[in-house]
Design a protein around this ligand. Sequence first.
Ligand code: SAM
Ligand code: SF4
Length: 317
Amino acid sequence: MTDNYGREITYMRMSVTELCDLRCRYCMPENGICKKAPELMLTVEEMACAVRAAASLGIRKIRITGGEPLVNKNIVEICRNAASVPGIEEVCITTNGIKLPKLAQPLKEAGVKRVNISLDTLNAEKYAYMTRRGTLSQAEEGLRAALLAGFKKIKINTVLIGGFNDDEIRSLAELTMRYPVDIRFIELMPMYDSGDFGPEAFISNERVLEELPEAEKVPCDGSVARLYRLPGAMGNIGLISPVSAHFCAECNRIRLTADGKLKPCLHSSDEISIKGLDEEGMRGQMIRAIHAKPEWHGALDCNNRSKAGRNMNQIGG
Ligand code: SAM
Ligand code: SF4
């Protein structure tokens, strides 16, 4: 389906929980969040129904996210259901990787094609500081498990944070020399509760190119990342720049939160509920959400915070 600005919407990001086993400082408050009553959250059946409704409107790709999707005890079933819907060509997952040693293989068998693993630093102390809970070795074991399971593609997501990991750009980028993975640097977004970070933390992705002058531009793979590659590398370096160079003109997605709200735009407070509806009802709400997509999300910087009204874990980043 095409939105009011001529963008074809083919991609739905579906959050399957607001909860998480980590507490990344840019994403979640230290004490976590108040767990909502189960009857307010989408059930496994409602998630499957939402994917069928989305597929009937031309959605071809589903990304399962959260919170941490692997803390949902039904995650394998949710992925299997989504992958079996006619018209869905790809089910992907975004995870912090901590639970991948147990779940990588079952997820692969359930039909998950691609996995994105979040990893902001290769320094154990910094990892523990930023996530407030996890250890670097757990994340590394998760990456190894994903490599062993043989997914079609593995991407590492790194949020670029001035004063935290801008001194690690080269070592992180060189993961693409050691493993058949892509790495994507994502600019820090000023979300509702990411208040720990001052202006110096919000740096442009251009810093990555300054650090890696030998990186060569390569053609885009259909995602919103600008792509580069180090000579001899097995994977690409992607730059995702929602702050310094927004990509709203190419936005092809809608988002569904774990409590059943369609968000036409990540940075808008507009929400359209599908909780409790049947497939036809969900379809109608999805048409409304697609028509409600704004042309762009408005200025975004440390003085103009996101108007999403939720933290990233409650939207599905
Ligand atoms: N828990 C999973 C994970 O960490 O990959 C999935 C959910 S997490 C909200 C999805 C992505 O959003 C992660 O790559 C995370 O680094 C990113 N993210 C969270 N808060 C962000 C922020 N304020 N700015 C930029 N990216 C953010
Ligand atoms: Fe959890 Fe992912 Fe948010 Fe980190 S970024 S707190 S792992 S949801």
